[in-house]
Design a protein around this ligand. Structure first.
Ligand SMILES: Cc1ncc(C[n+]2csc(CCOP(=O)(O)OP(=O)(O)O)c2C)c(N)n1
Ligand SMILES: [Mg+2]
Length: 380
């Protein structure tokens, strides 16, 4: 059962989630996305995922595995290259959280849009952006998505509908709301996935956005990536009712759901339930993803605010990639050799991206003066 908030009235409501089905839709699930808490309850996380897997075909499951692996290997490589001095400035890794973007973005269409914070590499890859162009941008090269002038936090792809990459905490929330306004105004039937961290949920601009999105019934899904920390501060220390961030839209009538963000199939299930509603004009929705980052806040964070045991426990018991690998093998979708072949293919893809980046030239000095301002068209 997912923890859900109806958005109406003042009392938090827990309602069962009915599931929608994709990838063949042969089976009806008996439960929706679960919370991390529920996941360790009556049914083991392993059983839950095995049950959810039956709702998808083999190619979909293997595709989700591969996508998570692309994000993981890309970021491991970025971490190494940062250590070698090839990446400058800030670099925030997403390692551990891959199930969130992969599960959600596997359920959107090409016309849907995505906007997020500075922890953005996996979001871009899941939008279909080329790992070569992303790595080239990280290393400040001319062939990068922002021509080497943006770096890790400031990359965009109009073609893939990725709207950044934002370094100011929460700044992307009104932007995503505005994009959703445009979708509605232009009658595009598209949805904007607007990601924000648990550290952004107490900001005024977030609630101003919630108000407008609810007032105008905008097609926006606010995805709270609750990885338990905002820099070195735990959500328990920074947020009232930290266990229920998915209720934060209740005053505006925005429904919410809390999902096990370490299970890519739970995320996918939540996406399949919520996206059609939002696309269909029912207004905004909040998805709170319970997740965890294994690395520090950024490359320069020694992460002394949590114990090594805490991180190790998540890695060994909840890792989204290992978990799906286990399900795929145990439930007979494929054998270990097939997964090893995928691992090799992904490693090559990422090595090629790293080589491409390092062999690309730096931007020309003259580029310093371009694309700083855009000419505004005169109003009539
Ligand atoms: C308005 C603003 N205040 C403070 C900062 C400094 N800062 C950068 S990241 C961060 C923590 C945000 O945590 P969270 O939203 O949980 O995202 P996560 O890093 O966990 O993905 C802070 C306080 C900032 N960039 N912008
Ligand atoms: Mg956080």
């Amino acid at each position: 059962m997912a923890k859900q908030s109806s958005g109406a009235g003042s009392a938090p409501a827990a309602k069962p989630a009915s599931s929608t089905s994709r990838g063949g839709g042969r089976r009806k699930s008996t439960g929706g996305a679960r919370t991390g808490k529920a996941a360790s309850g009556s049914e083991s996380v392993t059983r839950q995922q095995a049950r959810r897997a039956k709702r998808h075909d083999r190619d979909t499951l293997i595709g989700l595995y591969r996508e998570m692996l692309v994000a993981r290997r890309f970021e491991e490589k970025a971490g190494q290259m940062y250590g070698m001095g090839l990446i400058g400035g800030f670099c925030h890794l997403y390692i551990g959280q891959e199930a969130v973007v992969v599960g959600l973005q596997s359920a959107i269409t090409e016309t849907d849009t995505v906007v997020t914070s500075y922890r953005d590499h996996a979001h871009m890859l899941a939008c279909g952006m080329d790992p070569k162009g992303v790595m080239a941008e990280l290393t400040g090269r001319r062939t990068g998505y922002s021509k080497g002038k943006g770096g890790s936090m400031h990359m965009f792809s109009r073609e893939k509908n990725f709207f950044g990459g934002h370094g100011i905490v929460g700044a992307q929330v009104p932007i995503g709301t505005g994009i959703a306004f445009a979708h509605k105004y232009l009658e595009e039937k598209a949805v904007c996935l607007t990601y924000l961290g648990d550290g952004a949920v107490n900001q005024g601009q977030v609630y101003e956005s919630f108000n407008m999105a609810a007032l105008w019934q905008l097609p926006v899904i606010y995805v709270i990536e609750n990885n338990k920390y905002g820099m070195g501060t735990s959500t328990e220390r920074s947020s009232a009712k930290a266990q229920e961030l998915y209720h934060r839209g209740q005053a505006y009538g925005i429904p919410g759901m809390q999902v096990d963000g370490m299970d890519v199939l739970a995320v996918r299930e939540a996406a399949e339930k919520v996206i059609p509603k939002v696309r269909g004009g029912e207004g905004p929705y909040i998805l709170e993803m319970l997740t965890y980052r294994y690395r520090g806040h950024s490359m320069s964070d020694p992460a002394k605010y949590r114990s090594k045991d805490e991180v190790q426990k998540m890695r060994t018991e909840r890792d989204p990639i290992d978990r799906l690998k286990h399900t795929l093998i145990e439930e007979g979708y494929c054998d270990e050799d097939e997964l090893k072949a995928i691992d090799r293919e992904v490693k090559n893809l990422i090595s090629e991206a790293a080589e491409f980046a390092q062999n690309s030239p730096e931007p020309d000095e003259a580029e310093l003066w371009t694309e700083v301002y855009t000419e505004a068209e005169a109003a009539e």
